[in-house]
Design a protein around this ligand. Structure first.
Ligand SMILES: N[C@@H](CCC(=O)N[C@@H](CS)C(=O)NCC(=O)O)C(=O)O
Length: 206
């Protein structure tokens, strides 16, 4: 059985929990991080020197970095389903994992901290509206991508939808005014209907 360390309010933990569910893997999840603490112990630091969540243990393997864990679970337990065997097809999904980590997550984080977690200096109205503007520009890219395909990388649900779907869940459920994006909305609703998504994506956003 897999072990996942990390509180479920973390978007990076959500990716891993969702992927494990889609891959049909049983797991135990241990609440650490945020109000649960537990990241500063020598034992935890030995698992992840970054003292961050998530961490995955699978037998002898201990792994950190959410997207690497997602790729591992897809390749190890869902080859041909979440993990495309053809590199030229796989990279069409893989790039969205990098986009999520390097573009969408940094754009959305200040909105979460300002609007939901209400931590200064993110609560500054100008900072919030600037951050919303940056996130909206990225949502426009998603809306365009979904113009001629049901899922981010094409006809089939895959790991790109898990990674970016966690971002959509956060964005669409934060109490902010958003530009209506019907394709993103419909795609998100399709994703959120999946049992593994519901088990991974708590509401309200915290
Ligand atoms: N690049 C890392 C980032 C991990 C990260 O930033 N984790 C945050 C939660 S999303 C964390 O550990 N925060 C400290 C805490 O929760 O106490 C990954 O994708 O796994």
């Amino acid at each position: 059985m897999l072990t996942i360390w990390g509180r479920l309010s973390s978007i990076n933990v959500q990716k891993v929990v969702w992927a494990a569910g889609e891959a049909g893997q049983a797991f135990e999840r241990i609440d650490v991080g945020g109000p649960f603490g537990g990241l500063d112990t020598p034992e935890y630091r030995a698992m992840n020197p970054n003292r961050q969540i998530p961490v995955l243990r699978d037998g002898e393997l201990t792994l950190w970095e959410s997207n690497s864990i997602l790729r591992y679970l897809a390749a190890r337990y869902a080859a041909g389903v979440l993990w495309e065997e053809d590199p030229a097809r796989r990279v069409l999904a893989d790039r969205w994992l990098d986009w999520m980590l390097s573009e969408l997550q940094p754009a959305m984080a200040p909105v979460l901290w300002g609007v939901v977690r209400k931590v200064a200096p993110f609560t500054d109205p100008k900072a919030i509206s600037d951050a919303i503007g940056k996130a909206e520009a990225l949502m426009a890219i998603l809306e365009a991508q979904l113009a001629d395909r049901p899922f981010l990388a094409g006809e089939r649900f895959g790991m790109a939808d898990i990674a970016v779907g966690c971002g959509a869940h956060r964005w669409l459920n934060m109490p902010v005014e958003r530009i209506a994006r019907p394709r993103v909305q419909q795609w998100y609703e399709t994703l959120f209907a999946r049992p593994a998504a519901q088990a991974a994506l708590p509401l309200p956003i915290a």
